[in-house]
Design a protein around this ligand. Structure first.
Ligand code: GAR
Length: 213
C-alpha cells in the first residue's frame, strides 16, 4: 500500500479524480492518509471531508517566512508519514526543507505542456490565457517531480489537448482538466505505487515504458 498526502488550494477536481479512481479500483494499493489545504473554506476541503479523509489547514500567511512555513508543512505531513506527496492544484511554493525531506517523492500536476507556459506566475487560469494569446494549436498537462526550481523537476507524464478556435480560457481549462490532468495524475500515482519511477539526473525513467513508447 502506498500512503499519499494530497496538497490542495481550490476546487479540488484533481483530488476528486484520485478519490474516484481509488474508489472504482483503477488506482489500487494507494491510500490517501491526509489532505493539506492552503486556506480555509475550499471546495477541495469539502471533497476530502466527504471522503472521510483527515484535513489540515496550513496557511502561508500564518508563517513569518518560507522556512517557518516549511516547518509547519513538514510537521503537518509527518503526523501521517506519507510516502508520496501529491500537489493537486496546490498554488503555494514549497520551500527547500520540504523538497529535501521528500526528495523525488513530491509530484505536481501543471496545466500546460512543460517547458511551455510554466514557472512563476503561470498557475490556475493564467497558462490557458497565455496559450490562447500565443496562438499555439496544442496544449495539455504535465505531471512532474517537484524540485527546488519552479515547474522544473523531471517530467513523469504529459498529455496533449487540442486548442479550439472558439476556446475561452475557461473552456480550455475545463478540457485540460478533464482530458489531461485528471487522467495523468492518477496514472502517475499508480506508477509510483508500482515502483516504476526512477530518477536519473534531470529525467524520470518509467520502468517498463509508457503507452507512448
Ligand atoms: C488545476 O488546473 C491545476 O493544474 C492548477 O490549478 C488547477 C486547480 O484545480 N495548478 C497549477 O496551476 C499549479 N501551478 P483543482 O483544484 O480543481 O484540482
Amino acid at each position: 500500500m502506498l500512503d499519499i498526502a494530497v496538497l490542495v488550494s481550490g476546487g479540488g477536481t484533481n483530488l476528486q479524480a484520485i478519490i474516484d479512481r481509488i474508489a472504482d479500483g483503477s488506482l489500487s494499493k494507494v491510500r490517501i492518509v491526509g489532505v493539506i489545504a492552503s486556506r480555509p473554506g475550499t471546495v477541495a476541503e469539502q471533497r476530502a471531508v466527504r471522503a472521510d479523509i483527515p484535513v489540515k489547514i496550513v496557511c502561508r500567511k500564518d508563517a513569518p517566512d518560507l522556512a517557518a512555513y516549511d516547518r509547519a508543512v513538514i510537521a503537518a505531513l509527518s503526523d501521517w508519514n506519507p510516502e508520496l506527496i501529491v500537489l493537486a492544484g496546490f498554488l503555494n511554493l514549497l520551500g527547500p526543507a520540504v523538497v529535501a525531506t521528500w526528495r523525488n517523492r513530491i509530484i505536481n500536476v501543471h496545466p500546460s505542456l512543460i517547458p511551455s507556459f510554466c514557472g512563476p506566475g503561470y498557475y490556475g487560469i493564467r497558462p490557458h490565457e497565455a496559450v490562447l494569446a500565443s496562438g499555439v494549436r496544442v496544449t495539455g498537462a504535465t505531471v512532474h517531480i517537484v524540485n527546488e526550481e519552479y515547474d522544473q523537476g523531471p517530467i513523469i507524464l504529459q498529455k496533449a489537448v487540442t486548442v479550439h478556435a472558439d476556446d475561452t480560457p475557461q473552456t480550455l481549462q475545463l478540457r485540460v482538466m478533464q482530458e489531461a490532468e485528471q487522467v495523468i495524475l492518477p496514472k502517475a500515482i499508480a506508477l509510483f505505487a508500482a515502483g516504476r519511477i526512477q530518477i536519473e539526473d534531470r529525467k524520470a525513467i518509467i520502468l517498463g515504458g509508457t503507452e507512448n513508447d
